[in-house]
Design a protein around this ligand. Structure first.
Ligand code: NAD
Length: 375
């Protein structure tokens, strides 16, 4: 069976879905790999490296997907790509299934069997397929570096002949995968770090990284299904806003990562709170593409308000493309081990991973329990 790898078209998307090191692993599953020419170039994997690893290089999309059983991409397919896909092919990528029902409908109508990588269930067996986790690790790390680079201050403490510099103060809101990586990175840079999350279970993880978990007088907790958070009541949300307002004014760098799957990001920083911060401070809002945790955030832009830079990066993992692609590729490779045996596709719709992740099959949009909001 042929596995096809497409290139990325979205501006700023420098990742590739499969790197050369994964090709021998797919060959062991009985697969041959065809890669569209140049697909790996933005992440610094050349066509020659793919060839040396055993892949065939094809000149364009239609030659790449011709006769393929599986097609891989990082971002969702364009309409032109959907038209080029062979009927019945398995297509695997990020698909934003909870917010892009029309795209899912088009994939269904094209009789593509589409897998949305966002829906990989959060179970131990699927951990090494979990693209959201691997890419959130990259985003959390890069958010701190990006923010530190924009700061008018140091993060580490310095004791020099020119005087003593106090360590910078970092506040991390949301301590899931990205937030915990942001805490670890800020600590490595020598910052004093405070953090808050609505899932009380993460307190211990925050503290074990050397950060302080912010306390509320009355509990603010929103543990949802599958390891995710759920929306807070209005009263709890107000309590959280008061907590943040009490800490943000003397913070140098804020990293926000709070998300609720399929919902707009919770609003945690108001304009008034930004106005209490010192000019030269920075906010990096990792929830920019689901509406932002900060009222000032604009996706893909840096807004300067009274000297405070509010950054809303649209795609931070793509800014560390080699390692982000390496992790993405490993995730996809592990998923393919579930779907392919001896060069044949074996889709077991009773299996939790297949049932949870597959969004279209046989011309239908699938509505499993994890996909009830698909439309
Ligand atoms: P996410 O990206 O959906 O959200 C980021 C964080 O924001 C979460 O920790 C969430 O609790 C927090 N949040 C939501 N609303 C908030 C609010 N109002 N204020 C403050 N924080 C708020 O989540 P994620 O990082 O993808 O993962 C969440 C959890 O799932 C983590 O504990 C992670 O370890 C776990 N997980 C488990 C597996 C597995 O078992 N296979 C895989 C991946 C992640």
């Amino acid at each position: 069976m042929n596995v096809a790898v497409l290139g990325e078209i979205l501006p700023g998307e420098h990742r590739v879905a499969l790197i050369p090191a994964s090709i021998p692993k797919l060959e062991k599953l009985g697969c041959e790999v065809t890669v569209v020419s140049g697909a790996g170039v933005p992440s610094h994997f050349s066509d020659d490296e793919y060839r040396e690893a055993g892949a065939t290089i094809a000149p364009d999309v239609s030659a790449t997907v011709h006769g393929a059983g599986v097609v891989l991409k990082v971002q969702a397919p364009t309409d032109e790509e959907i038209v080029a896909l062979p009927e019945g092919v398995v297509f695997i990528s990020l698909l934003s299934p909870l917010t892009e029902p029309e795209l899912i409908g088009r994939l269904g109508a094209a009789k593509v069997t589409a897998f949305a990588l966002e829906l990989i269930p959060r179970i131990t067996r699927a951990q090494s397929m979990d693209v959201l986790s691997s890419q959130a690790t990259v985003a959390g790390y890069k958010a701190v570096l990006t923010g530190a680079d924009e700061l008018a201050k140091f993060l580490p403490m310095f004791m020099t002949a020119a005087g003593t510099i106090r360590p910078g103060k970092v506040l991390v809101l949301g301590a899931g995968v990205a937030g915990l990586q942001a805490i670890a990175t800020a600590r490595r840079l020598g910052a004093k770090v405070e953090a808050f999350d609505v899932r009380p279970a993460v307190r211990e993880q925050i503290e074990s990284l050397g950060a302080t978990f912010l306390e509320t007088q009355e509990e603010v907790a929103g543990e949802g299904e599958g390891g995710y958070a759920k929306e807070l009541s209005e009263e709890q949300h107000q309590r959280e806003l008061e907590l943040i307002a009490a800490h943000i004014a003397d913070t140098d760098l804020v990293i926000t990562t709070a998300q609720i799957p399929g919902r707009p990001a919770p609003r945690l920083i108001t304009e008034e709170m930004v106005d209490t911060m010192h000019p030269g401070s920075v906010i990096v809002d990792l929830a920019a593409n689901s509406g932002g945790n900060c009222a000032v955030t604009r996706e893909g832009e840096t807004v300067v308000r009274n000297g405070v830079k509010v950054m809303g990066p649209a795609n931070l993992p793509a800014e560390i493309p080699m390692h982000a692609s390496q992790m993405f590729s490993k995730n996809v490779e592990t998923l393919l081990k579930e779907l392919v045996a001896e060069g044949e596709l074996l889709l077991d719709f009773e299996d939790e991973i297949v049932a949870g992740t597959c969004v279209t099959h046989g011309g239908e949009v699938l509505h499993g329990p994890t996909k009830k909001k698909l439309g």
